[in-house]
Design a protein around this ligand. Structure first.
Ligand SMILES: CC(C)(COP(=O)(O)OP(=O)(O)OC[C@H]1O[C@@H](n2cnc3c(N)ncnc32)[C@H](O)[C@@H]1OP(=O)(O)O)[C@@H](O)C(=O)NCCC(=O)NCCS
Length: 218
C-alpha cells in the first residue's frame, strides 16, 4: 500500500492541478527522451526525477495531453508541452508537481522542503538583513518553520519567474512579504539584479513534516 501523502490543493486556484507522492518510480518508468538527462545519474536521483515525470504526465493527461513527455531543457528546467505551465519539486521522500493551462497563468512555481531549522550559514546566504532581523524577533520554536517557509517561497518564486525572464536572481535579490492574517505572500525585488522579477504572489502550507509553497504571476 503506498503511504498517504498530503493534499496541497489549497496552494493554488482550482484550475491548477497538483499532486504529492512518495518517491516511488524508477528509471524504467521514464520515456526515452526523459531518460537521456539522468541516464548517468545515481539511482536515488533517477528515482526522484522519474517520480516527478510520472506524476507530471498523469496530470498532463488530465489536462488533455495524454501522450506528452516532459524532457529537460539545456538549463535543467522541465520542458512542458506547448500551452502548459508547470513546476516540480522533491525532497528525499516526497515529490510535488503542479500544472495548468498557459491560458490561465503565464507561469507557476512549486516547492517542498522538510520541516526543521536551517543552519546559520544557509540562513545568511538566503536572507536579506531585513529578513534576518524579522526571524531574529521570533521565538526559537517559530524561527525554524519561518526560515524554511522563506527558503521554500524563494525557490517557488525562482521557478515561477525563470520561464518568463530567463534570469537567475540570487536569494538576496528578493524579499518575501508574508501576510500575517493568511497563507499568502508577495515577492519583492530589493536589488537591481532582482528588478527583472515580474509581480509574483504565492501561498504556503505546513502539512505533516513538510513545508509547501506555491508562486504564480500576479
Ligand atoms: C532550480 C532550483 C530552484 C531547484 O531547487 P532545489 O531545491 O534544488 O530542488 P527542487 O527539488 O525543489 O526542484 C528541482 C526541480 O526544479 C526544476 N527546475 C530546475 N531548474 C529550473 C529552472 N531554471 N526553472 C524552473 N524549474 C527548474 C526541475 O523540475 C527540478 O526537478 P527535476 O530535475 O527532477 O526535473 C535551485 O536549485 C536554484 O538553482 N535556485 C536558484 C536561486 C534561487 O532560488 N533564487 C531565489 C530568488 S528568486
Amino acid at each position: 500500500m503506498p503511504r498517504p501523502t498530503p493534499t496541497i490543493d489549497a496552494l493554488f486556484p482550482d484550475w491548477v492541478l497538483t499532486v504529492t507522492s512518495t518517491i516511488d518510480a524508477t528509471p524504467d518508468d521514464l520515456l526515452p527522451q526523459e531518460l537521456l538527462s539522468v541516464a548517468r545519474a545515481v539511482r536515488k536521483r533517477q528515482c526522484e526525477f522519474a517520480t516527478g515525470r510520472v506524476r507530471a504526465r498523469a496530470l498532463l493527461a488530465r489536462l488533455g495531453f495524454p501522450d506528452a513527455a516532459v524532457p529537460v531543457g539545456p538549463d535543467r528546467s522541465p520542458v512542458w508541452p506547448e500551452g502548459v505551465v508547470g513546476s516540480i519539486s522533491h525532497t528525499s521522500d516526497l515529490c510535488v508537481v503542479a500544472v495548468a493551462r498557459q491560458s490561465q497563468t503565464g507561469s507557476l512555481g512549486i516547492d517542498v522542503e522538510p520541516e526543521g531549522p536551517l543552519d546559520d550559514e544557509t540562513l545568511s546566504g538566503i536572507c536579506t538583513a531585513r529578513e534576518l532581523e524579522g526571524l531574529g524577533r521570533l521565538s526559537e520554536a517559530g524561527r525554524g518553520l519561518a526560515a524554511r517557509r522563506l527558503f521554500s517561497a524563494k525557490e517557488s518564486v525562482f521557478k515561477c519567474q525563470y520561464p518568463v525572464t530567463g534570469a537567475m536572481p540570487d536569494f538576496r535579490d528578493v524579499e518575501i512579504e508574508f501576510d500575517r492574517a493568511s497563507d499568502a505572500f508577495e515577492a519583492i525585488s530589493v536589488t537591481a539584479a532582482g528588478a527583472c522579477l515580474p509581480p509574483i504572489c504565492g501561498r504556503w502550507l505546513n502539512r505533516d513534516a513538510w513545508v509547501f509553497t506555491s508562486a504564480m504571476l500576479r
